[in-house]
Write a protein that binds this ligand. Structure first.
Ligand SMILES: NC(=O)C1=CN([C@@H]2O[C@H](COP(=O)(O)OP(=O)(O)OC[C@H]3O[C@@H](n4cnc5c(N)ncnc54)[C@H](O)[C@@H]3O)[C@@H](O)[C@H]2O)C=CC1
Ligand SMILES: O=C(O)[C@@H]1CCC=N1
Length: 273
C-alpha cells in the first residue's frame, strides 16, 4: 500500500463506499482524510470507518498527496474555486474526480491549472469490495497509475480505459447499473407482497435470489448468461412463460435504450457543467 495521504472532498454515498472498501482491504485509515460540510455525515464516516474527518476542505487539500473530488457535479466548480482562492500549491498533487459529466479539460479549467488528473467512475458496491471502477488519465506517471490501481483494486475491479469517452459508457454499464438491478429487485419484491408475502419475506427472498443468480454467473463464467437463463427455463414450463412475456415487452431493447439515455445524459452534462 502507498504511504500517501488521500483526501476525499465531499464524502457522501460514493466516497463513503470507496473509503469503506479501501479500509476493509488494507488501507490505513490514518492516511485517509474525509471531508463533508454536513457534521452528521462527518461523524458517521469517522465512527464507521475510523478515518480523519473534517469540515475543512482547504486543510485537507493542503495535507494530502492525492485528492478525490467527490461532490455532486453541479458543485464542483464552486469547490475548485475555493482551492484557487486560497492559493494552495497544488501542482505536485494528484487529483481523482469521480464526478459524472465533467471532462478532464473542464476539471482543469475549474482547478485553474494543468493538474495531474484521473477520472474515475466507481459504483457503490465498492463498499463491499465488489465494486467496479473505470479509470482514465491522459498524463500520470507509472508510479501514480500503480497507486491509483491499488486504491481502486481494494474496492473491487479497477479497469483502465483508453478513451475518455469510455467513462460515459462505463457509467451506463457499471456506475449507474446497481440502480437498474435494485429496480428489478424492487419490482419482484413488490409483486411478492402483492401475492401475500410479508415485506420482510419479500425482501429476503428477492435479495437471496439476486445474490444466488450473481454467484451462479461467477461460478460458471464459462457458461453464457443466455445458457444460465435457459437452465432455469423448462420447455413449456413456468419460467418460459415469464421470459417470453418479458421478451414480448422488449425488455432487452428497453434496457439498451435506458443505457443510451444514461450516456446521453452524461454527454449533456459535459456540455452544461
Ligand atoms: N452515488 C453513486 O452511485 C455514484 C456517484 N458518482 C459521483 O460521485 C459524486 C458524489 O455523488 P454521491 O456520493 O452520490 O453524492 P452525495 O450527495 O451523497 O455526496 C456528496 C457529499 O458532498 C458534500 N458536499 C457538498 N459540497 C461540499 C463542499 N463544498 N465541501 C464539503 N462537502 C461538500 C455533501 O454534503 C454530500 O454529503 C458525484 O459527482 C457523482 O457523479 C459516481 C459514481 C457512482
Ligand atoms: O446518477 C449519477 O449521476 C451518478 C453517476 C453514476 C451513479 N450515480
Amino acid at each position: 500500500m502507498s504511504n500517501k495521504t488521500i483526501a476525499f472532498i465531499g464524502t457522501g454515498n460514493m466516497s463513503y463506499a470507496i473509503i469503506g472498501g479501501m479500509v476493509k482491504n488494507g488501507f490505513d485509515a490514518n492516511s485517509i482524510i474525509a471531508t463533508n460540510r454536513n457534521p452528521e455525515k462527518l461523524a458517521k464516516v469517522e465512527a464507521d470507518l475510523g478515518v480523519n474527518a473534517t469540515s475543512d476542505n482547504l486543510a485537507a487539500v493542503k495535507q494530502a498527496d492525492i485528492i478525490v473530488l467527490s461532490v455532486k457535479p453541479q458543485m464542483m466548480a464552486e469547490l475548485c474555486q475555493t482551492f484557487q482562492d486560497a492559493g494552495i500549491e497544488m501542482s505536485s498533487k494528484l487529483f481523482i474526480s469521480v464526478a459524472a459529466g465533467i471532462t478532464v479539460k473542464r476539471l482543469r479549467e475549474m482547478l485553474g491549472f494543468d493538474a495531474k488528473l484521473v477520472r474515475c467512475m466507481p459504483n457503490t458496491p465498492s463498499l463491499l469490495g465488489k465494486g467496479v471502477s473505470g479509470l482514465f488519465s491522459d498524463a500520470i506517471s507509472d508510479e501514480e497509475k500503480s497507486i491509483v490501481t491499488d486504491m481502486f483494486s481494494a474496492t473491487g475491479i479497477a479497469l483502465w480505459l483508453e478513451q475518455e469517452s469510455q467513462i460515459n459508457d462505463i457509467i451506463a454499464v457499471t456506475g449507474s447499473s446497481p440502480a437498474y438491478f435494485f429496480l428489478f429487485m424492487q419490482s419482484i419484491a413488490e409483486k411478492a407482497v402483492n401475492l401475500g408475502f410479508s415485506h420482510e419475506q419479500a425482501r429476503l427472498l428477492v435479495q437471496q435470489t439476486a445474490l444466488g443468480a450473481a454467484e451462479m454467473a461467477f461460478a460458471n463464467d464459462d457458461i453464457s448468461l443466455e445458457q444460465l437463463r435457459a437452465n432455469v427455463t423448462s420447455k413449456g414450463g413456468t419460467t418460459h412463460a415469464a421470459v417470453e412475456y418479458l421478451k414480448s415487452q422488449n425488455l432487452q431493447t428497453t434496457v439498451a435504450d435506458a443505457m443510451d439515455a444514461c450516456i446521453a445524459r452524461a454527454e449533456e452534462m459535459e456540455q452544461q457543467i
